[in-house]
Design a protein around this ligand. Sequence first.
Ligand code: GLU
Length: 490
Amino acid sequence: MSEATGPVRLRVAPSPTGDPHVGTAYMSLFNLAFVRQQGGQFVLRVEDTDRARYRDDSEQQLYDTLSWLGLHWDEGPDKGGPFAPYRQSERLETYKPYVERLLADGHAYYCWCSTERLQEMREAQQAAKQPTGYDRLCYGKTREERAQLPGFSETPVVRMLIPDDAPLTFTDVIRGEVNAPRPDDQVILKADGFPTYHLAVVVDDYEMGITHVVRGEEWISSTPKHVLLYTWLGLPLPKFAHMPLLRNANKSKISKRKNPAARLTWFQEQGYLPEALRNFLALLGYSMPGGEEVFSFDDMVEHFDWKRVNTVGPVFDLDKLDWLNGHYIRSLSEDDLTDRLVARLQFDGLLGDEPRERDHEVVRAATPLVQTRMVRLNEAAGMIGFLLVDDHDLVVEDDALASLKDDAPAVLDAAVTALQPLADWSTAQIEASLRAALVDGLGIKPKFAFGPLRVAVTGRRVSPPLFESMEILGHASTLTRLMALRSRLG
Ligand code: GLU
């Protein structure tokens, strides 16, 4: 087999079957790390030959989520490139001559078996505890001969004729020699004229000059079929690398039906930073030479080596992701975090498309108060939403109300009296006068003195630091809120 020469070309080849799967980002990350290290091209190819599972909006979601993650492709359906089109449904003509050649050379044959017949055959094989697989009823028959037999369907499919001596081992860049099970006579062209994945992937990887096929380990069992197709068609073999699958703690495969974290959009909704998710996904499949847990994509590119990719299915530990996310939030500059908080509050509907200058200032002022406390950006609404709502719209939460003791009215009254005349509305002055009035004046322990004020001002039992929050909120609003709770308590 000839070796590929020249710059490396890798691809990710997702199927647009709904919300993009987190595995697509994971594959893209590893493909891209190698491409950027070697200075080659990264191709996004849309494998949309399964028309039954096709979903219209998922291609756009794919672009949006991968772009959000900073995983950028060089060629793709949206970008074009020298091997366009990059959508398999637009390449049907490309596959035809390959199928014809395989048929002419006797490596493939027509099969007219109806779905019902195939189903019965499989059930009979299972009942007899035989291995399941196509029984080659159609092999060697003309259409006329086959039409005489039961279970005939007008439109045939094309199947590969897997030889008895088909090679079942192949070399994997990550795993070395790999043994795969013997394949069935795989369908390569369906009755609807679309190729199956197996034919299309081989033809396109060849036609698009792909040098390394990096994909999930669930494709190991398909690789011998692909190797046969390459060999029969006289095409150079790419290198293969099968990444370990992402798994739940109980070792099951992460599926979109069972685990919300299988969906890439879930991570956006939860307020994870793209850099944290990238680091997390890298850590799942990779260990840095120095064992570092926090590293950037550039670090990964610099040190990338297939030998350092794990082969054991990594467990998807979201506590680790939270830890990383908190770390990345704390490492952002205040300006950067402010921008992300504003974007998040817009996403949550607390800020409009064009936030008022005052709201922007409020978020900026609140940024240092939440930076050390926040694990995910979706906490922003809860933590600083009280600063953005009008006083009369503030919702005082039930558990916050329930936390109030009998002395709450007296505390609120004393606070209003203390704060009303304050000319210098600064954190230090607010704190000093409230301490004087409540701790020294009413003799309440600091631990209890400020609870009612927090409930009045923020509507919650837990909030960012109280005096700082009051300063940001302003004199008038603070007093309005203290008095509102006071009158509510009667
Ligand atoms: N369309 C396949 C998938 O969605 C691509 C597998 C491959 O990379 O060869 O996983």
